[in-house]
Structures are given as C-alpha cells and as structure tokens.
Design a protein around this ligand. Structure first.
Ligand code: BT5
Length: 322
C-alpha cells in the first residue's frame, strides 16, 4: 500500500482527471485499495473530486501539517527532517520525550491534530482541541546546561514571528507566552534531561491556538484571557503554512543562539515584548510580588523592581497592567 504522500503525488502529477483503473495501475494496487486511499486523503483534508466516467482529480490541498507536505515545503537543515503526525495523541510532549532517547532524533518533530492530555507548565492542563497547532521538537543542544533556560525564549520568538506573518500584532510576555491584545494565543513548554555540565536532550513543546474557538476554551478555564488566530483574523489560517514558518524560525533562532549566545536572542525577544517598564504582578505558587518589570537578564530571569530593591525572578506567572 503506498504512503498517503506517494498517492497524493500521483494525483498531483495529473493535470486533470485520472481514472480509477489508471490510478490502480500506477500505484500498483487494486481498485478497492484506490478507493481506500481516496477516502484517507479526504480525511487528511484534501479535496478529491470524483466524476463518473472520468475518475479522480485533486481539487484542493490539505491545511494539515502532515509529514509528506512538510517534506516538500520545509527549508531547514535539521528541524523537521523527521516528522511524526498523529490525528489524536495524549500529549506530543510525552511522545517526543520517548523519541529523544533514540540516536538521530535531533530536530525530530511530533505533531498532533488533537491532544487528549496536553500539558502546560507545573502539571497544568493545556486544552488542545482540533484546529490548533500542537507540536514538540526534540533538540540535542551543544550548549552548557546553564544556558538551557534560553530555549523557551527561542521557541517563543519563533512562534511570535510565525503568528505575526499571518498579519497579527503578536507580543511576548515573560517567561514565554505569546499574546495578542493581552490575551494568550500560544504557550511554550520545556522538558530537559541534563547532567551538571551537559544537556542530553531538550524537548520543546509549542501550542498555538490557530483555528480554534477561543470562547469554547475560555469556558473551560477560569479567569484566563485567551484568543486564537482565527478569532482575531475572522478567518482560518493554513496550519501547514503556520508550522512551516514556526519550524523554520525555530531553527534560525536556535542556530543564532548556538553561534551568538544569549544576548542576541534576548534583544530580539525584548523588541517583541511590550511589558518592560510596566507594573506587573508575579505569582509563584500562592505568593505574589508586585513591581516594575525592568529587564530580562542574560539567563532569562526577570529583573523586577519592587520599591528601591531589584529582585531576580527565575520562575512564575505574571500579569501585566496596561
Ligand atoms: C504553557 O503552559 O503555556 C505551555 C503550553 C504548551 C502546550 C504544548 S502543545 C504541544 C506540547 N504537548 C503538550 O502536552 N504540551 C505542549 P502554562 O504557562 O503553564 O499555561 C497553562 C495554562 O494556560 C493553563 O493552566 C490554563 O489556564 C491556560 N490554558 C490551557 N489551555 C489553553 C489554551 N489552549 N490556550 C491558552 N491558554 C490555555
């Protein structure tokens, strides 16, 4: 049985209709197997027209980030050379962590159309209905363990750029949320396996509310302001184009971090953020601290001015007063 990617390229190579018989011959499969392949392509989001007496014609592309389409489109050196796609998964993060132990998994990407148990930071839940972009990337960075805190900044910057390419004004909020008009549109998660000096692997999880109904998500969360690309634009975007941009940006910023270090990445991060200089409330577990967000230090921690005292905040959630 040919892979869906091989079958779709057979259809794509035809200018017009191709008969079921000719398709069966070219693919080396039976007529009923052709029908199964057509049904599978439609499930993956392709429009395949069928006309009595003429056969089949590929009339519309998929918008799903399936591996064979990404393989045609991605201009990267290592990110996304291996892509695993699931229509439904518990969490792409868990699947990618399992993959990370394998050799040659540097740059491997696990994508799900829907997640049943998407994870946020600190064991929080990440709601992941159909329509979103939910993916995890395995990275084996050649950087000291102390610098690993920069990876989420690299990923947030990549997501922010990809969302901006759809025409929206996306901004970054410390530590690594992507926001539109003060509402969260994307989040980043980092899992690492490291020794004192050396990182064995890192898995970066990226969740983007692409074509999801943010009201339906908000209804299941308390007091969290969220949005989606489709709600902001008033139309759907291609998840395939979004993932292509995201992975290409991720590789570009990752290489920049390896070559030029923290400062260049953090400078770009700060340029895309509008929270520096503003009053913020930091929540760490049940403790809250208020102050002015003065800067992001070279290790990624937040420099917070409370009265006359400057403190470094390493982790936490912040709300910004605009
Ligand atoms: C994050 O956590 O923002 C990290 C999210 C990472 C998700 C990706 S999807 C692919 C990969 N596989 C996974 O299983 N996870 C990663 P945090 O900052 O802790 O935010 C979590 C909080 O955001 C939750 O407690 C909710 O309040 C809120 N939330 C849940 N689902 C959301 C959604 N779809 N959009 C916006 N906010 C959401």
């Amino acid at each position: 049985m040919p892979e869906p990617g091989e079958f779709v390229s057979l259809l794509r190579s035809e200018a017009g209709y191709i008969s079921g018989q000719a398709l069966a011959r070219k693919a080396g499969i039976s007529r009923s197997a052709v029908w199964k392949q057509i049904k599978a392509l439609r499930r993956y989001g392709y429009t395949v027209e069928s006309r009595h007496g003429l056969g089949y014609r590929l009339a519309g592309q998929t918008d799903l980030p399936v591996p064979w389409e990404l393989a045609r489109m991605l201009r990267t050196l290592f990110v996304g050379k291996q892509v695993i796609f699931h229509e439904i998964a518990d969490s792409t993060q868990n699947l990618a962590v399992a993959l990370a132990d394998k050799p040659d998994s540097h740059g491997a990407v696990v994508i799900a159309e829907q997640q049943k148990s998407g994870r946020g930071r600190q064991k929080r839940k990440w709601l992941s209905p159909k329509g979103g972009v939910w993916l995890s990337v395995v990275l084996k960075p050649d950087i000291p363990t102390a610098k690993i805190t920069l990876l989420p900044f690299v990923a947030a910057l990549a997501a922010c750029d990809a969302i901006k390419a759809t025409g929206l004004d996306a901004r970054l909020k410390w530590p690594n949320d992507v926001m539109i008009s003060g509402k969260k549109v994307a989040g980043i998660l980092l899992d690492i396996c490291a020794e004192a000096e050396q990182v064995n692997y890192a898995v970066i999880g990226i969740g983007i509310n692409a074509n999801v109904d943010s009201a339906a998500i908000t209804a299941r969360l308390e007091g969290v302001k969220i949005t989606s690309i489709s709600d902001e634009l008033g139309r759907s975007v291609s998840r395939l184009d979004l993932v292509k941009a995201l992975l290409e940006n991720l590789e570009r910023y990752y290489l920049e971090m390896e070559q030029s270090g923290a400062v260049a990445i953090l400078q770009k991060w700060k340029k895309n953020s509008d929270m520096l200089g503003r009053r913020v409330t930091v929540t760490q577990n049940s403790r809250t601290v208020q102050g002015v967000a003065v800067d992001v230090n070279d290790d990624g921690s937040l420099l917070l001015r409370t009265g006359d005292v400057d403190v470094n905040v390493v982790s936490g959630d912040i709300s910004v007063r605009y």
